[in-house]
Design a protein around this ligand. Sequence first.
Ligand code: CA
Length: 221
Amino acid sequence: MRLLIVEDEKRLAISLAKGLTAEGYAVDVVHDGREGLHRASESPYDLIVLDIMLPGMNGYRVCSALRAAGNDVPILMLTAKDGEYDEAEGLDTGADDYLTKPFSYVVLVARIRALLRRRGRHGASPVLDLGALRVDTAARRVALDGEETALTAKEFAVLEHLAVRAGEVVSKAEILEHVWDFAYEGDPNIVEVYVSALRRKLGAGLIRTVRGAGYRLEAPR
Ligand code: CA
């Protein structure tokens, strides 16, 4: 799950990004409306957290430009102003939900989860049933043969990405790009560390290494 935060209050943006990263989301942050629109148009995000008062281009305009271009990514708007007018305008321009500042982080995360779940019901199912493996992408739970296995947020994100593409080869670079954020400049071999952890927890045969190409998740029987 990859999120974009468009928020010009840098401290707020960075603390949100830190918190959401710890929840296992890959998070990109921009501080300008125009840059937000550009990013959102270029990359497939699962959800956008969009402030209204932004330099460059305000959140309403970013939102309506995305919708006009046929982009239906879930958008959670943040507003400093408390009033029905803002809410109506935000929802009019195509936002899915809004939150008035100051908000609690717990509420923000709950709203994000709800939007992702709603999206899941309309689009792909949030639960992936792969033989004996069951991955619930909304509740972020994984079970093998009905036994729930505890995974860290990043382990879950790596597994989720492989599970969505079960049976296909997924390159290390692609996993890095989806699970870590665009600013990650560490060792790409970090992916191997997480794949090893998943094999330890879920069985060695679950994720095959395809030499020189990447990994393939095979539905366990
Ligand atoms: Ca602002």
